[in-house]
Design a protein around this ligand. Structure first.
Ligand SMILES: O=C(O)[C@H](O)COP(=O)(O)O
Length: 206
């Protein structure tokens, strides 16, 4: 039995393009984001992957990315579970701020810590650790049992909600997750063992 779990970050959003901290705000995909999602679908089609169930967040950019992928692989209308547990990390008070302006105001290092450290939250927002505390229980309760039951699953979500999940799947330390970046619209294909551990990882980023 194959146990396939595909994680994909949404394609470029309007706020990615403007370089704004986005978090729980709900911008649409840009034209490039649409193209990235279609390309992700083509990559999955080339691998001949088909899914039994999909999961996504409560946010349009992830939902739209999933729809475009499913359409590309001929699986329009696949059963999809949406849940805000998979939403992007809440960027709190810096939501809506330009990332370069934030670096000028708070310093390069502080902004990097907010964006990539494991346990330092931006003011009023969530750290990666806090994000993991909602993503991982949801993964263990709703997603993993489906994979272990033999279903092929795709999860379309966000840079940091997926980094939280990848940290656990790949047993990364807080130092290792600091450097882990996820490209927009770049699928990562996992094959899992019967105990949920990872047998293989295929990152389809260019
Ligand atoms: O919420 C955001 O701004 C992005 O989706 C992810 O941003 P980051 O790369 O700064 O974590």
């Amino acid at each position: 039995m194959e146990r396939i779990l595909v994680l994909v970050r949404h394609g470029q959003s309007e706020w990615n393009l403007k370089n704004l901290f986005t978090g729980w705000k709900n911008p649409n995909l840009t034209e490039q984001g649409v193209a990235e999602a279609k390309k992700a679908g083509e990559q999955l089609r080339d691998l001949k992957l088909k899914f039994d169930l999909a999961f996504t967040s409560d946010l349009t950019r992830a939902q739209k990315t999933l729809e475009l992928i499913l359409s590309e692989i001929g699986q329009d209308g696949l059963e999809t579970v949406k849940n805000q547990a998979l939403n992007e990390r809440d960027y709190g008070d810096i939501t809506g701020m330009n990332k370069d302006e934030a670096r000028e105001k708070f310093g390069e290092e502080q902004v990097h810590i907010w964006r990539r450290s494991f346990d330092v939250p931006p003011p009023g927002g969530e750290s990666l650790k806090m994000t993991a505390e909602r993503v991982l229980p949801y993964y263990h309760k709703e997603i993993l049992p489906q994979v272990l039951g033999g279903k092929s699953i795709i999860v379309a979500a966000h840079g940091n909600s997926l980094r939280a999940l990848i940290m656990e799947l790949e047993n990364l330390t807080p130092e290792q997750i600091l450097k882990r970046e996820l490209g927009t619209g770049a699928p990562v294909v996992y094959r899992l063992a019967e105990d949920g551990s990872v047998i293989s990882v295929q990152d389809l980023a260019d």
